[in-house]
Design a protein around this ligand. Structure first.
Ligand code: ACO
Length: 428
């Protein structure tokens, strides 16, 4: 028999169905709540208890530390798949056959040119502009060159928009970095794989033949896979909600990039390195910063610790911790900041404050260390996150549009002034 929830308000009882997901998650379906109760709504700031949609893309269990894309474990994907395969999996639902992957790759390469006029937009930004702001603006500017909402009834139109943005986004992302470094723009090389090409566009120098570094490219591939989707987080919910108004894919993605920018979300990877640097400059006293993080009078938080949903461990952090040690070892890098990171993690994992609140190092705690070892500037870290998250955003946007979900429009409980009569300026 199907489960039901009963709500009692002032002696009146209301019944709501309980829906069950494929992983046995339960959700009270309150779609009829306002109609049945005459306008009573729910309140849940930060949506900690609100399911905004049904989704078949990513499953995560914060208590058990499970993360799966379309049913495949993140551990297996990070070890055995490459980023383009994972992108296809997330967007279209299944791992691609050799032909499907080949076609996806070729179609993306076919779209990887950028309109020359986009360069003038890039040139308009000061060099000091944060790359996330530039990337969000350039993604938005792409709309002008590819206007209109995508016809969701046309598989072809959907596919066309998807390969376009998969192709152009890494070019734009690398351009934001090159502009900051005063390097000539690189258009990539279609004979290279997706991640290798990204690497070339970021690291090539005008006076040197580009030589691929397998350690760097493998690490990048893994990092992009680990960041590729994470169900209804802040930026993904933003992409879905913007897209729900039938704004185009690029407009929705541009909004997602802005949401990702914040230090409580994707910006945490930059904030982690800045925090570790600050601790190093201050003499490397980790105990002092642990105490600051615990002090409720002090706004300081240990960046890279804690997660909205992972309350035991972040499975991505486990994979990335090992990868960070391997990459630093393989590249022969000794980084004092890594020692500080290890020290902080050790103390925090044994400290009652962190243990009680289930605050564990998250993916960003280690990703910044790898990016740094690969020679990526700190302010580009969140852009790297966005590059990884792109297929997840696309998959979520596509799912939302194909399911013809209604426009996102939360309710509120008004707590302002009740009616007051207007007074003219002379009466105030
Ligand atoms: N350092 C110190 N204390 C912390 C931290 C931290 N990093 N994170 C949470 N706490 C404390 C809070 O002060 C609170 O304490 P209290 O119960 O005594 O009031 C308790 O732990 C719960 O904190 P909330 O903010 O309610 O937890 P929430 O789940 O809402 O927030 C978040 C999660 C935003 C990630 C938070 O842990 C944080 O700010 N972390 C640092 C930023 C960060 O690393 N963000 C990256 C997230 S991962 C990602 O986006 C890929």
């Amino acid at each position: 028999m199907s489960k039901k929830a009963i709500l009692e308000i002032d002696g009146n009882k209301y019944e709501f169905p309980i829906i069950e997901g494929t992983e046995k998650e339960l959700g009270i379906d309150i779609k009829t709540l306002r109609g049945a109760t005459g306008g009573i709504t729910t309140i849940d700031p930060g949506y900690k208890n609100t399911g905004s949609c049904e989704s078949a893309i990513t499953f995560l269990d914060g208590e058990k530390g499970i993360l799966r894309y379309r049913g495949y474990s993140i551990e297996e994907l990070a070890e055995k798949a490459d980023f383009l395969e994972v992108a296809y999996l997330l967007i279209f639902g299944d791992l691609p056959t050799a032909e499907q992957l080949d076609k996806f790759d070729k179609d993306i390469k076919e779209e990887s040119h950028i309109d020359e006029d986009m360069k003038r937009i890039l040139d308009g930004f000061p060099k000091s502009a944060h790359p996330m702001g530039v990337l969000s603006s350039l993604t938005s500017a792409l709309i002008a060159f590819n206007p209109g909402s995508v016809d969701v009834d046309s598989e072809e139109a959907m596919y066309g928009a998807i390969v376009k943005i998969m192709a152009k986004f890494p070019v734009l992302a690398s351009w934001t970095m090159r502009k900051r470094k005063s390097l000539p723009l690189d258009y990539g090389d279609s004979s290279l794989g997706y991640v290798e090409n990204l690497s070339k566009m970021m690291f090539s120098r005008p006076n040197k033949t580009y030589e691929a570094n397998k350690i760097v490219n493998d690490a990048l591939d893994k990092l992009l896979i680990l960041h590729a989707d994470h169900e209804q987080n802040c930026s993904t919910s933003t992409v879905r909600i913007v897209g729900s108004s039938h704004a185009g894919l690029f407009a929705s993605l541009s909004a997602g990039i802005s949401a990702l920018w914040g230090p409580l979300h994707g910006g945490a990877n930059q904030a982690v390195i800045e925090m570790l640097e600050a601790i190093r400059e201050d003499g490397g006293d980790t105990a002092k910063y642990i105490a600051k993080a615990k002090d409720k009078e002090d706004p300081f938080r240990l960046m890279g610790f804690g997660h909205r949903v992972y309350k035991n461990f972040d499975p991505r952090a486990k994979i990335i911790k090992v990868a960070a040690e391997e990459v630093l070892g393989d590249l022969g890098i000794e980084d004092p900041v890594l020692d500080i990171a290890k020290g902080l993690a050790k103390v925090a994992l044994e400290d009652e404050y962190f243990v009680k609140r289930k605050l564990y190092p998250n993916v960003d705690f280690y990703s910044g260390i790898i990016y740094r070892a690969l020679g990526i500037p700190t302010e580009m870290f969140t852009v790297m996150f966005a590059l990884g998250r792109l297929p997840g955003w696309i998959a979520q946007w596509r799912e939302m549009r194909l399911r013809k979900e209604p426009i996102g429009r939360p309710r509120q409980i008004y707590t302002g002034e009740t009616y007051r009569a207007f007074k003219s300026v002379s009466e105030r």
